[in-house]
Design a protein around this ligand. Sequence first.
Ligand SMILES: [Zn+2]
Length: 277
Amino acid sequence: MRIQMGRARNVRPWKKLLLVLMILLVPLLVTSPRPLTARMVADSENGTKVIVLNYHKIDNMNISLSVLPEDFEQQMQYLYDHGYHTITPDDLYNSLEGTEELPENPVLITFDDGYRDNYDNAYPILKKYGFKATIFVVTGFLGKYPNYLTWDMAREMDANGISIESHTVDHKSMTDLTDDQLRAELVDSKKQAEKELGHSVDYMAYPTGTYNLHIAQLVKDAGYKAAFTIKYGNVDKASNIYALERVPVFHTEDTNKSFLERIRYTPIFERFGWIKS
Ligand SMILES: [Zn+2]
């Protein structure tokens, strides 16, 4: 720098300055689209990042697992207003297999356990926005306990855009079970749901989110196409198909603010490798 300034002082400083500026700026202008393109390619290496939202109850209980119906409505309104497209587990699976293109801003809305309030409170809101969703039901609890869905409710929703999938027979933490018990939980819940719904049931979510690679293998052996955890993050082609990430939504002091932060920032965090390991 000092050398250039010294020379510039001797011969027509403004011309030298112009030349230096041109030498510096022209390559910048010409090459500036390149870093952008490179970044876009890096983003698309693992395909679209899919947000899989995970809810439990939609009611006024004021516990962390219970999102208020009015908050849930605002969240669905947000997704609707911001061009999100709800997808089914099959859509997600097929896109990971490379046989289906996902819509822009895909989101898979899931509920765990199969609470009755999903039918009473969430289903009308989902219908209002024309949204698809998925409920992982504890098959042994349906029609048995009053705060869980009946199979009639499950069938009605299943016929109207809400996929009913397995959350095992009785929600035991899977890492505490023997192989025989694990097989029974996986196979019996699948069979019962298939009998009640009249079609194949191909997806499950691990109760309490606990799993390991051995359990994941048993899930595969039982005939499931994919399984969902509560491991935080978005799903892309780098995900393990039997340990898919989800983004939980809880009732907090400011539920909708937490929801927005999770929706907006999870993909950005992952792009910089801050979440997915
Ligand atoms: Zn559960």
